[in-house]
Design a protein around this ligand. Sequence first.
Ligand code: PLP
Length: 373
Amino acid sequence: MAVYLDWNASALVRPEAATAVAEALRAGGNPSSVHAAGRAARAVVERARADVGALVGVAPSAVTFTSGGTEADALAIESAVVAGARRIIVGATEHEAVVETAKAAGLAIEEWPVDKEGRADLDWLAQRLAAGPWAIVCLMLANNETGVIQPVAAASELVRAADGWLHVDAVQAVGKVSIDFNGLGADTMALSAHKLGGPQGVGALIAGSRARLTRRIHGGGQERGLRSGTENVAGIAGFAAAARLADPEAISAQAAWRDEFGARIKAAGGAVLGEGAPRLPQTLCLAAPGYPSELQVIGLDLAGVMVSAGAACSSGKVKASRIAEAMGHPDLAPCVVRVSGGWATTEDDWRRCGDAWTTLYDRHRARRATAAA
Ligand code: PLP
């Protein structure tokens, strides 16, 4: 059986989430209709709002459903711009959903550097906040390539003191570590269902009491006027089912399996990015000097192990990892591979991946040594 270790790209859908999707599709009904079918669909959406809110410790009223993490990021950033932000401070390792939305917003962008382990530099932030006008600050909770967890609570104290807006992309963190939205002190937070075992194409923006959200999509006024368009009832039902089952404690067991693989990587001459920082327990970002990411991914795929290059764009092409470059490892950027587990991953999956990768890297190095001789 093939081994799937690309859960940070998309988690396998939990069977209960698939069932919830199918049931909602079968039941039908538009949540805006006043008849019985409409009211039943509305009940599904509102129950899901409570479940998704509970996952991050907020009331249902703080949850706005979107088409995914990308749209949730955009709703937050664009709302902050409408609310008067004059500049955008963006973490150097943020996801494209944040980086590209920030670029499109037409404001001055300041790139917030990270250290060699991928952690955002809080002293830099304190200085920048003091030096300029009202800012929206974007800092992800956990990085999609390395799993590095950012010091969000400490950053939020600085942002609050400067009266700014902190947007947190928690798309990769949700379901893998416990999240207390209020404890983190963020103003807005983006979530996505397909990273934790729900369907693709549905997510949510969580908004605290200080955030003033602005409508992006005009029309029928759904989602309290913030996001028009008939709700994706089936997707929302699947999101809620996955949220109810999220079990960060179970996922935490993977840290030991992941670290065993990490030790093998280092023994073979490779590196593990972000190892010195707190990380998601199921994410490993390896760099194999001299062995291009694409070849590693193809070799592992042929061996029945599915992982991804650090940065695969939508065309499927592999680029040098922007994240490794931002962390000050440009030499490693072309040879980075991300391995990520999820709710169904076993110790055996990690071991088989380690076996396959070690064999491939040994073979690659032997070939290079022969060619050089
Ligand atoms: N933010 C991060 C950190 C992600 O990893 C992703 C997806 O890879 C997104 C945002 C985008 O989420 P979605 O695919 O739901 O639009």
